[in-house]
Design a protein around this ligand. Structure first.
Ligand SMILES: Nc1ncnc2c1ncn2[C@@H]1O[C@H](COP(=O)(O)OP(=O)(O)OP(=O)(O)O)[C@@H](O)[C@H]1O
Ligand SMILES: [Mg+2]
Length: 344
């Protein structure tokens, strides 16, 4: 059993969390802890259990469906009596902004409605809203216009402002960049970083957008309800062979046979096909072994179009880590099948 340290500035603590819906075991023995002011990115392919974990933390799943120790701002969502205190300590920005915005009303009225449910003073709410709108660059001429007339990006930022209006200690964002065009995605991420720095808000960002790791202090990687990794994106990348140095090689008529030959060459740790005729290769002792590999490829009479070197980014790390897990599972399944075959 893992025990995680609960120090004074721990905002969220999860120990040995299991979630079951009937016979479906959705989350398996997940443990992590988050300190005040940290930004956590939650990454994983669809169905990995990201939203389910966040739903436990935000009091949306009854205790009968989960086991383990969970503390959010020092309070456990296992007790219904803690719900209202936890909910006043946290903010939640849903994936679809229409879930927390009234489109027919203007941003300021949206703020009034939302803050009245927290019993916040009207004047204080207005001052906070103006501060957040300014940080988030929500243009002043839209503050008194109907939300439905705002652009997609403006609506998203307004939804974030509403999630932060009661100055929560922890903000949960479900897919904040989904549906935002590529050039605006970076804007949303930098706004989140700015809010985190100015308000010291601890943040959980659930996302399929692997670029979001750029603003995260820690990345959680989930697969099929299991937490594979929870660490700084840089430490994860550095755990790759040669600290994540990769050789990108384009080869004429690249095929599985060539890939296998390279895979079997000594010191090669991983070969990823990243294009029709392009692979990326990770190896131990990169500086010594790259020239040896290139020599070997020339001797095999392969026509090399290009070779460049790079350092793996978080996207590449994620791909490698998920692939590794799939390979582990496949070989486990294969050996189980073989063992079954041995039985009389
Ligand atoms: N209330 C529920 N009852 C039964 N199964 C559920 C329930 N909620 C979620 N699941 C299942 O749990 C698994 C994890 O779902 P979850 O929504 O947590 O995944 P996710 O990582 O957020 O995926 P996505 O990226 O698609 O949002 C899925 O297989 C889903 O079908
Ligand atoms: Mg989800």
């Amino acid at each position: 059993m893992k025990t995680t340290d609960m120090s004074n500035n721990t905002m969220v603590l999860v120990e040995n969390l299991d979630v079951n819906f009937g016979k479906k075991h959705i989350v398996h023995d997940v443990s992590f802890s988050v300190k005040e002011g940290e930004i956590i990115g939650m990454f994983g392919i669809s169905g990995a259990g990201k939203t389910t974990i966040i739903r436990v933390l935000t009091c949306q799943i009854e205790k009968k469906n989960w086991n383990g120790k969970v503390l959010v701002t020092g309070l456990s969502p296992s007790k219904k009596g803690n719900y209202s205190k936890i909910l006043s300590n946290i903010g939640y920005v849903p994936q679809l902004e229409l879930l927390n915005l009234y489109f027919e009303l203007n941003p300021m009225v949206n703020v009034e409605i939302f803050t009245s449910t927290y019993g916040m003073d009207k004047r204080e709410a207005k001052i906070t809203a103006e501060k957040l709108f300014n940080i988030l660059d929500i243009p002043k001429d839209t503050w008194k216009k109907r939300v439905k007339k705002m652009s997609g990006g403006e609506k998203k930022r307004l939804s974030m402002a509403i999630g932060l209006i009661h100055n929560p200690k922890v903000l949960f964002l479900d897919e904040p960049t989904t549906g935002v065009d590529a050039s605006k995605r970076y804007d949303i991420l930098s706004y989140l970083k700015k809010l985190n720095q100015q308000l010291k808000t601890t943040m959980f960002i659930i996302t399929h957008d692997l670029e979001a790791a750029l603003i995260c202090d820690k990345s959680a990687i989930l697969r099929e309800g299991k937490l594979l990794e929870f660490d700084t994106p840089q430490k994860l990348i550095n755990s790759l062979p040669s600290n994540g140095l990769v050789a990108r090689i384009s080869i004429e008529n690249l095929n599985q046979e060539v890939i296998k030959t390279i895979q079997n060459y000594p010191s090669i740790e991983k070969v990823l096909r990243v294009g029709n005729e392009t692979i990326e290769v990770l190896m131990d002792d990169f500086e010594t072994n790259l020239p040896k590999l290139m020599k070997f490829l020339f001797e095999k009479n392969l026509n090399i179009y290009s070779m460049s070197r790079d350092v793996a980014n978080f996207r590449r790390y994620f791909q490698i880590r998920i692939q590794e897990e799939e390979e582990k599972e496949n070989s486990k399944n294969r050996s189980e099948l073989l063992n079954e075959g041995d039985r009389p």
